[in-house]
Ligand binder design. Structure first.
Ligand SMILES: Nc1ncnc2c1ncn2[C@@H]1O[C@H](COP(=O)(O)OP(=O)(O)O)[C@@H](O)[C@H]1O
Ligand SMILES: [Mg+2]
Length: 224
């Protein structure tokens, strides 16, 4: 079976020889949610940037649906990222002066000229995250939890193979965070995407099918 995302012996050293991780091997299947947990500063965001082709590993390889990122030029990486990867970040990156429908449709607008189809898919994704009647509202009027639901809809709107999430509920209260995480995992599975969530939060990790731990010594250990 082809994995949605796969790493082979990925290693990254920063600063004066500080190894963030070494020989990192992981493979995530469509519909699977993997959490990578670790304290602040262990290299989680760096790893996610490497998985997205936004940063380079020292050695090793990242493959998205079998395509190695390393040999691609910048244009090729950008295209693959736009078409096959969705992102969810703690700070949302939802644009306040666009409507929810416009925000969610944005990733599709970047890769397809069919604006009508983009709007209709955006409305369907908003409905999936419980905001079906809010498409015409401006993002500036939403709560943090609502914005994060918009971010989930936007991350999945273009049917990416891979969702990369960095501390996706970091600035939400625990109850809201738990509801959003449930929704995130359910939506990822129903869209048959593969998700990698990096987080320092054990609660976030609880929604995952699989857990990897990144430590200060660069160790990555699997649990189940
Ligand atoms: N390109 C780089 N050069 C030097 N140091 C870096 C670089 N990238 C990350 N770091 C350092 O690596 C460590 C891990 O950072 P980060 O990936 O943001 O950790 P986390 O997301 O787990 O909190 C930090 O100490 C950061 O300063
Ligand atoms: Mg981080």
């Amino acid at each position: 079976m082809m994995h949605a995302i796969e790493t082979v012996d990925l290693a990254k050293t920063v600063g004066a020889g500080r190894r963030l991780f070494g020989d990192l091997r992981m493979a995530v299947a469509p519909g699977e949610v993997v959490a990578i947990v670790g304290e602040s500063g262990v290299g989680k965001s760096t790893l996610l940037n490497i998985l997205a082709g936004l940063d380079d590993a020292d050695t090793g390889e990242v493959r998205i649906e079998g395509t190695a990122l390393g040999p691609l030029d910048e244009a090729g990486r950008t295209r693959l990222r736009r078409e096959r990867i969705g992102f969810v970040f703690q700070a949302f990156h939802i644009l306040p002066y666009l409507t929810l429908e416009q925000n969610v449709a944005l990733p599709l607008a970047l890769i397809s000229p069919d604006a009508t189809a983009a709007r209709s898919r955006a409305r369907a994704m908003l409905a999936d995250v419980g905001l079906g009647d809010r498409g015409a509202d401006y993002a500036r009027d939403l709560s943090g939890g609502e914005l994060q639901r918009v971010a989930i809809a936007r991350a999945l709107v273009h049917r990416p193979a891979v969702i990369l999430a960095d501390e996706p509920t970091g600035n939400l209260d625990p109850d809201t965070a738990n509801r959003i995480l449930d929704l995130f995992a359910r939506t990822v599975r129903s869209e048959n995407a593969a998700a990698v969530i990096v987080t320092h939060s054990a609660a976030t990790a609880a929604v995952a099918d699989r857990l990897l731990t990144l430590t200060r010594s660069g160790l990555v250990a699997g649990h189940g």
